[in-house]
Design a protein around this ligand. Structure first.
Ligand code: SAM
Ligand code: NAG
Length: 274
């Protein structure tokens, strides 16, 4: 009898073991340096206070989740080229509204990761999207995330502060995003606001040198430096969101295809031989 029981137990254990598949490795890991940096660097204090205070729980957008998804995410989701098994990274992921919207709208299984400067936002993402990997970190420095790992890298946009050089901030921000994209992957920046002086004549005091401004033409000019091309600008058209946020546009780009690389010994032969 006991041996029969043992055999049955063994069989059950073996079949349980053979059907066990380990969870897939997390796409990103929390970086201790970044966590300390985000909690202590003075430039984040106001941002974190605002997003963890007044703006918290409203997805940071001032509109309902439904409005946000129907008016914005729905208009862009299909053009992100997210296919079955894709890996997606969102820079400054906030409370994960954009990603939740994608899961709602797209009929494919994909894996996600994202960063935000706010611990509270990251905790929210981990709760809402427990299969994803989320970490506290500065979008201006994503060196702690694997480069060329993602099939789509997105950002639903953050505005540089009024006293910052918006072109300089945006350039670093998007360069960091593009580094994470695989060859031929999509890179998407949503809800970019045209320079205030351009759309709002009343903002006459808002005088900045033109080279500090992010205009629609600016994206095309910078794309080469980031290793992307195929730049496409699409305006936000949803009436309610336009009323709430003012004019905005979205930028679709594509990382260049991998270049054929000479093995280094061939380089040596070429340079050595001529
Ligand atoms: C308007 S919310 C957008 C949230 C999200 N993209 C969405 O669509 O639901 C902007 C987010 O950017 C974050 N943020 C601002 N500056 C950042 C930085 N330098 N690095 C990382 N996150 C930042 C804020 O904490 C906030 O959660
Ligand atoms: C960027 O972040 C890494 C750690 O994630 C850190 O070691 C490095 O010093 C940071 N770079 C800058 C310029 O702050």
């Amino acid at each position: 009898m006991p041996s029969k029981l043992l055999a049955a137990t063994l069989a059950a254990t073996t079949s349980a073991l053979s059907s066990y598949s380990p969870p897939p490795p997390k796409l990103i890991k929390q970086c201790a340096w970044q966590q300390t940096h985000c909690a202590t660097a003075p430039q984040f204090r106001n941002v974190v206070q605002w997003y963890e205070g007044d703006a918290h729980g409203s997805g940071n957008w001032g509109v309902t989740y439904r409005r946000y998804v129907d008016g914005f995410v729905k208009a862009v989701a299909d053009d992100l080229g997210i296919e079955e098994g894709a890996t997606v990274f969102e820079s400054a992921v906030g409370e994960g509204w954009f990603l939740s919207g994608l899961y709602e709208l797209l009929d494919v299984a994909f894996d996600v990761a994202g960063n935000d400067v706010s611990m509270k936002a990251i905790e929210e993402c981990r709760m809402e999207l427990p299969w994803g990997s989320f970490a506290v970190g500065d979008s201006l420095n994503l060196t702690w995330v694997d480069p060329q790992r993602f099939d789509a890298v997105i950002c639903a946009y953050v505005e540089p502060g009024e006293n910052e050089n918006e072109a300089a901030v945006t350039e670093t921000w998007v360069r960091e995003m593009c580094r994470l994209a695989k060859p031929s992957a999509r890179v998407f920046v949503g809800n970019v606001r045209p320079p205030r002086g351009v759309t709002d004549a009343a903002a006459g005091a808002y005088l900045k040198p033109p080279e500090d401004l992010v205009t629609e033409a600016w994206w095309e000019a910078k794309a080469g430096d980031w290793g992307v091309d195929d730049v496409r600008i699409v305006p936000l058209t949803d009436a309610t969101l336009l009323e709430e946020w003012g004019p905005r546009y979205h930028v679709f780009m594509r990382k260049r295809a991998a270049e054929r690389k000479w093995p280094s010994w061939q380089d040596d032969m070429v340079t050595g031989g001529f």
